[in-house]
Design a protein around this ligand. Sequence first.
Ligand code: GLP
Length: 242
Amino acid sequence: MTEVLVVAGPAAAGEYVADILARAIQTDPETVLGLATGSTPLPIYAALAERVRTEGIDVSSVSGFALDEYVGIDPAHEQSYHHVIDAEVTQTLGLNPERVHVPSGNPDTLESAGAAYEEAIRAAGGVGWQILGIGANGHIGFNEPGSPIDSLTRQVPLTEQTRQDNARFFDSIDDVPRHAITQGVGTILRAGHLFLLAFGEHKADAVARAINGPVSPEIPASAIQQHPNVTVLLDAAAASGL
Ligand code: GLP
């Protein structure tokens, strides 16, 4: 079932999800989180970090699996998702870095990196709670339009729109990588529960097509309709096309 909640804004959405995750971790210290980058999930990490701190929640056995990484970017680069996840999630929440995984964007090992990542998720018992943002073109992770519903972790080309959307994080559009490695749509659908968050008018069209449109590889986020446990959290602007 897809539950759609329209909330006051990013902070309220962050509190809502963090509350569920805090309770999940208290119930199961080995909770496995599916981690998204981008600006959208930041309020979740901030709110969860606050709960961890004020309630003394033990997160030492929590694992995390990031959705994606750019190909050919140095993991130490400020905009690599290795770096972003480390700064915004691992350190903020105080997770054990050895339990936080990001797919490898090393061009030399791309052939095997997808299968290795799938195996690491499986070995951890699968992702329990997957956090998702959505691209303006309906992508989830870096599954661009055309991504098969049953796709697994693999290398993908980035669309011009996504490169332009993400250019703000780089010195120039020429510095934005052209490929990424991403969990597939099928990988994402294996998680126990999905949280998809979107804020702002520029996401309204993608949100409407993801929730009300046909399930189609053209809008990879529409695949969430096939998942039994989904919570979509929107502000009024992102919900304006529903
Ligand atoms: C990137 C990430 C996605 C994210 C999207 C939206 O493309 N790979 O996982 O959902 O950006 O980013 P934002 O939340 O900043 O709008």
